[in-house]
Design a binder for this molecule. Structure first.
Ligand SMILES: Cc1cc2nc3c(=O)[nH]c(=O)nc-3n(C[C@H](O)[C@H](O)[C@H](O)COP(=O)(O)OP(=O)(O)OC[C@H]3O[C@@H](n4cnc5c(N)ncnc54)[C@H](O)[C@@H]3O)c2cc1C
Length: 266
């Protein structure tokens, strides 16, 4: 039954993707953070969307069109589309996106779609936003909007990366800290090197050993928290398993309120 409902939701999302069509976009800037990490700003006639949703970017490679999904980092109130992406090894579309420069043309699907949005999330005291790598993107869009600050007492953004230089968007994150000092916390995790001020390890392990909660000074339990997960399937699956087994926290479904929402990138 649950599987059937989940299938229905996925079919609805796929239908929405199919219903969206491609429109032209022009590169304003392709800001390079590291060898593989970029923020692409695009001028396009964006339709209204909800923070947390994603678009598809289409590029022509050897005469053929290829499209992949990307979350919007810009808030719905901001006019230009912004995409935070990494070039993945042997990745066709991401490599093509990495080569784009100001003035280049591509296509963007409209409207943006997806259910990784606050209006799909039940009320809770604390909102935990856990990201690996470029999974940070949709949270930035959500945090730029007023709603999140009105709905949750505490908001904890967690960004896990392999190397410290991949802790991007620090100015924007500092702005959230400055604007909401008692409400917002940022926790960084660097897995492949020691980095002062960052935790070390994988998100699921840091949940299991309660190190994330110690760092935040807040407990994660089914009565006080909603957990958002965005990024790779390993982090998503292992975190969901630990949250279920250790904390009895369930996946949130439209027809059955739970405590964990997820957006899987790959
Ligand atoms: C709803 C949704 C939203 C997404 N939003 C973003 C986003 O905002 N930013 C972003 O960078 N990606 C995002 N992705 C992933 C993105 O769609 C592409 O899969 C990615 O850019 C690689 O495309 P590609 O054609 O270059 O390589 P592919 O041929 O698709 O993949 C090559 C290999 O890279 C792995 N891979 C795919 N994506 C990533 C990644 N992000 N990091 C590391 N390895 C990866 C794949 O598992 C595969 O093994 C999103 C995916 C979904 C489903």
């Amino acid at each position: 039954m649950v599987l059937l409902k989940l299938k229905g939701l996925l079919q609805k999302q796929n239908k929405n993707i199919m219903a969206s069509s491609f429109i032209p976009a022009t590169v304003i800037e392709n800001y390079q953070w590291t060898e593989r990490l970029f923020s692409l700003k695009l001028k396009a006639e964006l339709q209204p969307f909800v923070a947390g949703q994603f678009v598809r970017l289409q590029v022509i490679i050897d005469g053929k069109a290829f499209a992949k999904s990307y979350s919007l980092v810009n808030a719905p109130s901001e006019p230009d589309a912004e995409i935070y992406f990494n070039i993945v090894p042997e990745g066709k579309v991401s490599t093509a996106l990495g080569a784009l420069a100001a003035g280049d043309k591509l296509e963007i699907s409209q409207p943006a779609v997806g259910f990784f949005t606050l209006n799909e999330i039940p009320d809770a005291k604390h909102l935990w936003m856990l990201a690996t790598g470029t999974g940070l993107g949709p949270y930035l869009s959500i945090l730029k909007e007023h709603t999140v600050w009105q709905r949750f007492e505490k908001i904890i953004l967690v960004h896990a990366v392999p190397l410290a230089k991949e802790l991007t968007y620090s100015e924007l994150i500092q702005r959230f800290r400055d604007d909401y000092p008692d409400q917002f916390q940022f926790i960084s995790i660097v897995s492949r090197e020691k980095h002062a001020g960052s935790l070390r390890g994988r998100i699921p392990h840091l949940i299991e050993t309660k190190q994330l909660e110690e760092q935040a000074g807040l407990e994660i339990n089914r009565d006080n928290s909603h957990i958002m997960l965005c990024g790779n399937s390993g982090m998503l699956n292992d975190s969901k398993k630990i949250l279920k087994e250790q904390r009895d926290m369930d996946r949130h479904l439209r027809h059955k309120a739970g405590h964990v929402s997820a957006e899987q990138y790959f």
